[in-house]
Design a protein around this ligand. Structure first.
Ligand code: SF4
Length: 393
């Protein structure tokens, strides 16, 4: 819910989420529950943000009633379902739920897009294998709304076709349980009959399976020009500041493209913002053609965020009249001028840098572990929100 609120606050037009099962993040501990869906929907509607339910795993025969029941439950709360299995597609049609075709269906040409429209889909999230020129051509030749991924992790295998996790660990990516073996280190061993060789070689870095993260912000103007109706940011259970930062950056970039103010300076500024939070090596995905060696992670480094957060304490009160936060400091130490991120499920993410810190009304240069400290914060936050200190790596 914190991530949802962060996305709303950062200017997302729509949020997609999974509820319990039949989505690509079934294995994620922070997935939404059924109980949380009405509240998620209320918040989105209040903010004029659309809410899409992802129901995009493979569905087996004995699961058909369960999937239909989930959709019927969710219908009052959502604006569309993102689907990949035809059974789910048909169930949505029966129930009158608008249909967005998931990238898991691997739609990569205009004939398929047109067919999906004829079948009743409103929008298609194209396969990530499509180049910019192909996206443009698919849009030109078909009248369906096009959505494309613009940011985040990329699978090394074709959209919706990876069995690596299932093969390695028995957890299927196509059932939302991917354990991401493509991100691991590997060793190559010689196998030659009668040679009794034990020769093994460590493969340098991750380069054989691990694709760079997609970062299309620098060429977002080209995606707008291609006629893409909706840009999708990939999340993989990322934390709230990732959601807040990346969403805000792409919102700003997209607005600038439409306003004619999308300059190299702005791209530099937004790139710097995006690299503050979790990311691996950044690349252009497949938008500029089939990937070569340069589209794979070079040295295996998993997180290149330039800012790391430290748990500093918890908000105990927020005084609306004076716009003041009272917090309990749990870790050494809070100082005036610290960069702080306050996070909570109603608050989302609020970043600030208090010019002054007080203890018992007295201005201090340091509030140590155990202190009850106050500082000004223009945006309301909630008791129980967590306060993080943001530090340069
Ligand atoms: S193993 Fe890697 S490439 Fe395959 S589905 Fe999982 S994340 Fe994607």
């Amino acid at each position: 819910m914190t991530c949802l609120q962060a996305a709303i606050n950062a200017g997302a037009d729509a949020v997609y989420l999974g509820v319990d099962v039949f989505n690509m993040r079934c294995g994620a501990s922070a997935n939404f529950s059924r109980e949380a869906l009405p509240e998620a929907s209320r918040r989105c509607r209040e903010a004029g943000v659309r809410l899409y339910l992802t129901v995009n795993t493979i569905v087996f025969e004995d699961e058909l009633p369960k999937v239909e029941e989930l959709l019927a439950f969710a219908k009052p709360y959502i604006d569309a379902a993102i689907v990949s299995d035809w059974a789910v597609f048909l169930a949505c049609k029966r129930l009158g739920i608008p249909i967005h075709v998931s990238t898991q269906m691997s739609c990569a040409n205009s004939a398929a897009a047109t067919f999906l429209k004829e079948m009743g889909a409103e929008r298609v999230v194209l396969a990530r294998e499509c180049t910019l020129d192909e996206v443009s051509e698919i849009k030109r030749k078909s009248s369906i709304e096009i959505e494309t991924f613009v940011h985040g992790a990329i699978c090394v295998a074709e959209s919706g076709r990876c069995f690596l996790s299932h093969e390695a660990y028995g957890f299927s990516a196509n059932r939302g349980e991917c354990r991401q073996p493509c991100r691991r280190f590997y060793r190559v061993q010689e196998i030659r009959e009668d040679a009794h060789s034990t020769a093994t070689f460590d493969v340098a870095g991750h380069t054989i399976f691990s694709a760079k993260d997609l970062f299309s912000l620098p060429f977002l103007d080209r995606l707008v020009a291609a006629g893409v109706a909706s840009f999708k940011i990939e999340g993989r259970g990322r934390n709230a500041e990732y959601v807040a930062t990346v969403t805000k950056a792409y919102r700003t970039a997209r607005d600038a493209v439409l306003a004619g103010t999308f300059t190299p300076e702005l791209v530099r500024e937004l790139t710097e913002a995006c690299t503050r939070v979790y990311h691996r090596d950044l690349g252009t995905g497949l938008y500029y053609g089939r990937p070569g060696k340069e589209q794979f992670v070079a040295d295996g480094t998993e997180n290149l965020a330039t800012i790391r957060k430290m748990h500093l304490g918890v908000v105990t009160e927020y005084y609306l009249r004076t716009h003041t936060v009272l917090m309990k400091v749990h870790n050494d130490a809070l100082h005036p001028g610290d960069k702080l991120s306050i996070q909570g499920d109603k608050t989302g993410v609020v970043e600030l840098s208090p010019a002054e810190v007080f203890i018992n009304g007295r201005s201090v240069t340091k509030a140590r572990k155990g202190a009850d400290a106050t500082f000004a914060c223009a945006t309301p936050v909630q008791p129980g929100d967590v306060v993080y200190q943001l530090n340069k790596v």
